[in-house]
Design a protein around this ligand. Structure first.
Ligand code: UGA
Ligand code: MN
Length: 244
């Protein structure tokens, strides 16, 4: 199956560095299609140029987050992930048979190559541990006799699916047979996006544990430090224009 990676991304000083690390990983994965969705009113030149040289099958989408949703404490990238889902459904509306696996790959996380081997065998919805998240060194689904029976997490253990966006994959078939499943702004509290989405398409009993019954961390919820630009000149001083 093709792996479809939906990556929301937005303009900031570290954007090209993040995308470079991600592309360097994805380039080593067979049959991966990168759906990069810019949080912007238009496709940027930086991302367009970057993708053209990335050497990866890709689709470049864009949708701006409404200004009222750009606030601390509100979920991020809802509209961008939905745009990726809409593109996938549109593209496959006439040819449902093709095998595929979808996962949501934020631009700042760290992905091992083994993770892609694991998720490629997803039948419906698969899950695995995520490192450096939830206020702990890792969160993970608790597995008994091959079934998910609970969650090891330090944060809001009451979540129906106590899992980060980086901790699951969904087969294309499930995405197509649940055409209304989307990320919701209304009523979605911070950190509940994953649960709100997953409960539209699956149940805890149905989840397929990966990474040796969820005992291996193959993805890390790394976050990049804000860059210090204190010495950036107010006006352009360099003799040439440099894209960073
Ligand atoms: C955590 C989760 O890991 C995310 O999956 C979830 O979307 C997010 O919380 C949330 O609060 O909604 P965190 O590291 O805090 O992640 O979030 P970011 O990595 O800053 O953002 C998640 C993704 O959305 C990234 O790919 C980022 O580039 C993108 N993003 C972020 C936008 O497209 N627009 C924004 O304004 C901010
Ligand atoms: Mn992040």
């Amino acid at each position: 199956p093709t792996i479809y990676a939906i990556t929301p991304t937005y303009s900031r000083p570290v954007q090209k560095a993040e995308l470079t690390r991600l592309a360097n990983t994805f380039r080593q994965v067979a049959q991966l299609h990168w759906i990069l969705v810019e949080d912007a009113a238009a496709r940027s030149e930086l991302v367009s140029r970057f993708l053209a040289r990335a050497g990866l099958p890709s689709t470049h989408l864009h949708v701006p987050t409404p200004r009222r949703y750009k606030r601390p404490g509100l979920p991020r990238a809802t509209e961008q992930r939905n745009a990726g889902l809409a593109w996938l459904r549109q593209r496959h509306q006439h040819q449902r048979a093709q095998p595929g696996v979808l996962f949501f790959a934020d631009d700042d996380n760290t992905y091992s190559l083994e993770l892609f081997q694991e998720m490629r065998t997803t039948r419906k919805v698969s899950v695995w541990p995520v490192g450096l998240v939830g206020g702990r060194r890792y969160e993970r689904p608790l597995v008994e006799n091959g079934k998910v029976v609970g969650w090891y997490t330090g944060w809001r253990a009451d979540r129906p699916f106590a899992i980060d966006m980086a901790g699951f994959a969904v087969s294309l078939q499930v995405i197509l047979s649940n055409p209304k499943a989307v990320f919701k702004r209304r009523g979605s509290q911070p950190g509940m996006q994953e649960s709100d989405f997953l409960k539209q398409i699956t149940t805890v009993e149905e989840l397929e544990p990966k990474a040796s019954n969820c005992t291996k961390v193959l993805v890390w919820h790394t976050r990049t430090e804000k860059v210090n630009l204190a010495n950036e000149p107010k006006y352009h001083l360099d003799t040439v224009k440099i894209e960073v």
